[in-house]
Write a protein that binds this ligand. Structure first.
Ligand SMILES: [Zn+2]
Length: 70
């Protein structure tokens, strides 16, 4: 059974997802996923985008290994 939106009280069987930037006070930014109600469009949650972060880690490790090869 699907839950209800806490703002409009409609049953939420799907959510809208948008990729947004989360910006730290230092200015560093990360990709995040913003989940909103498809009916009233209010934000239900914002979550760290693990896929984007995983790619960043793989790219950095690959670069570090490549830099070690003479
Ligand atoms: Zn809603």
């Amino acid at each position: 059974m699907a839950g209800k939106c806490p703002y409009c009280d409609n049953v939420v069987s799907s959510v809208r997802i948008e990729l947004v930037n989360s910006i730290e006070p230092s200015g560093k930014s990360w990709k995040s996923a913003l989940f909103s109600c498809p009916i009233c469009m209010k934000v239900l949650n914002v979550s760290f985008d693990a896929t984007s972060h995983s790619k960043h880690i793989i790219d950095q490790v690959t670069k570090n290994i490549t830099d070690l090869i003479p």
